[in-house]
Design a protein around this ligand. Sequence first.
Ligand SMILES: Nc1nc2c(c(=O)[nH]1)N[C@@H](CN(C=O)c1ccc(C(=O)N[C@@H](CCC(=O)O)C(=O)O)cc1)CN2
Ligand SMILES: NCC(=O)N[C@@H]1O[C@H](COP(=O)([O-])[O-])[C@@H](O)[C@H]1O
Length: 221
Amino acid sequence: MSLTNSQPKRIAVFISGFGSNLQALIDACQRQAIDGEIVLVASNQAKAFGLTRAAEAGIDTAVVDKSDYSDRDSYDVALAELIDDYTVDLIVLAGFMRILSPAFVARFSGKLLNIHPSLLPNYPGLHTHQRALENGDNEHGCSIHFVTSELDGGPVILQAKVPIFAEDTVQLVAQRVNQQELAIYPLVVKWFCQDRLLMKDGQVWLDDHLLGPAGYASDNS
Ligand SMILES: Nc1nc2c(c(=O)[nH]1)N[C@@H](CN(C=O)c1ccc(C(=O)N[C@@H](CCC(=O)O)C(=O)O)cc1)CN2
Ligand SMILES: NCC(=O)N[C@@H]1O[C@H](COP(=O)([O-])[O-])[C@@H](O)[C@H]1O
């Protein structure tokens, strides 16, 4: 049911693993906190537990296995055709561990979101918690951004901060960050489904507010 007089936004979620962020989005849609419907969950990993979460929620799933494609571009063409089949309004990357080609990003520009486990622009790429610990950082967090061809370089929408304590391990930091991820991703997806969120000329607008480089920073430390 739509909370507005418009049709709910049709959302595709790309995953590669456990799917805790996916589950938070499924739950938010089911309690109608988001005016959207997850119509497809796609993964590059057949064993991703997130696929089980989607199936249990009655959501269509698909596995796009890189071994079936000769290169990144042909893989992404298959991904795009899948998206087109579902007439998707928003693509949410939630632990999706593949770099998307410039052609794919251009085709879906402005309706591609990603959550990254660091306070961008710090630590783009992989192993962010380990890098923050090794650098002796006393704060860390997660960032939600529009996806561009620059890996984890897209304009930031919202960040959440967490403290790092002296005896922290990677696992403890990952858990602390993940708690914040599960809190903020549904909020950003809700904003998008309300047509309040826009990427224009590489900048992010929320309603008529131009967000700064760190997005709409929220201090959750
Ligand atoms: N064009 C873009 N693609 C993706 C972005 C992006 O900002 N622009 N964000 C990533 C998500 N991500 C971190 O948040 C990320 C995912 C994957 C990798 C990576 O190095 N992947 C390797 C394979 C790694 C593996 O299989 O374990 C690869 O694709 O060659 C880095 C960062 C999603 N895509
Ligand atoms: N570079 C992308 C990346 O590392 N994303 C991270 O993968 C995890 C997925 O967890 P989930 O499968 O439980 O949602 C999340 O912590 C997300 O920030």
